[in-house]
Design a protein around this ligand. Structure first.
Ligand code: VAH
Length: 328
């Protein structure tokens, strides 16, 4: 009988999060540290994060496309899992198409190759509802359907999904992925996304009592509260491999709403809050995306279920933003 301690060490997961200072990366890293222990989750990003984050566990400055530096960190900490959260989002990607492609694709290919070479046991890579385009069904968008994205971000994500499936089928790499909707959080603001309005609106409602929205009032988009997104990500990585029947990326959903609907929900708490609409280039991006996602495959295969809806998320957002402002 092996000394149980040795077995534990052999089974110990040590996780590297690339892009740990981003909107999802920050909260994902914090939750992983709660589960696996602070010293078993190495946070990394292209630049230093805030002190609280840096001092909460191991941190490394890493370029997510730099294979040799990443391999050095993998060997330094005996990494077993990599969460690749570094990416350029939809709106910024339209301004820097080549850079977006390089970051979003080269980082994935580096990690998939390191996994093929057995330096990593398991990989998580986020896709997005941006993989769908104007020719995809807008309502109850299925797991498999026409996918003709018209944004650089969507093109990089649909390409990445096929690379993930190829590396799994051809080399047995255990890479797992979710098509995130717009993610809403209060701890770390998003950067460069088309769905960012749904975060900014809460901050502006409290700070200024008014918000100028860059999308039209009836633009319905799939959205999710950060807690649900982090829960789904870790749940997918922990489920037994035989339960996973999709190795491109799973549709994931919680709610869909328009700027008008989120405004009305905020006004239940801040009655004088007002909104104006000045659509910009991001309207065209949003118009190419689905309105309501069918995520039954994730619910059937690994028992996914969301917790937050628009009303409960709005309560959480306003409560936490107000508390955060009191501390400033
Ligand atoms: C973006 N937040 O707006 C991201 C997301 C579905 C949208 O991929 O680009």
């Amino acid at each position: 009988m092996l000394n149980p301690k040795i077995k534990d060490i052999e089974m110990r997961e040590v996780i590297l999060v690339l892009g740990a200072c981003g909107q999802i990366g920050t909260e994902l890293t914090q939750e992983l540290r709660e589960i696996y222990g602070h010293n078993n989750v190495v946070a990394s990003d292209i630049r230093e994060g805030n002190d609280e984050f840096i001092n909460a566990g191991p941190f490394e400055i890493l370029d997510a496309t730099d294979r040799d530096s990443i391999l050095e960190v993998i060997q330094k900490y005996n990494i077993t899992q990599v969460y690749l959260m570094a990416a350029m989002l939809s709106a910024t990607a339209e301004k820097l198409p080549q850079k977006a492609w390089e970051l979003n694709m080269n980082s994935l290919l580096v990690i998939l190759e390191l996994a093929r070479e057995k330096h990593i046991k398991q990989v998580y890579w986020p896709s997005s509802i941006a993989v769908f385009g104007a020719t995809s069904p807008k309502v109850d968008t299925p797991q498999q359907t026409v996918m003709e994205p018209s944004t650089v971000y969507g093109i990089s994500k649909v390409s990445g999904e096929h690379w993930c499936n190829y590396y799994h089928e051809r080399f047995g790499v255990d890479v797992r992925s979710l098509r995130y909707p717009g993610i809403i959080s209060w701890k770390t603001k998003p950067g460069g996304g088309t769905t960012d309005y749904a975060v900014d609106i809460y901050f502006k409602a409290i700070e200024e009592g008014k918000y100028e929205c860059f999308l039209k009032e009836d633009t319905k988009l799939p959205m999710m509260y950060m807690n649900d997104a982090v829960k789904a990500t870790i749940q997918l990585m922990q489920v037994d491999a035989e339960k996973i029947n999709v190795r491109t990326s799973y549709n994931l959903a919680a709610m869909s709403f328009t700027p008008k609907e989120i405004t009305e929900e905020i006004q239940k708490h801040i009655p004088d809050f007002t909104i104006s609409y000045e659509p910009d280039f991001r309207q065209q991006i949003a118009d190419s995306w689905p309105q309501i996602i069918d995520d039954n495959k994730a619910r059937e295969d690994w028992n996914w279920k969301h917790k937050f809806d628009l009303a409960s998320m709005t309560k959480e957002m306003l409560k936490n933003i107000q508390a955060k402002m009191m501390c400033l």
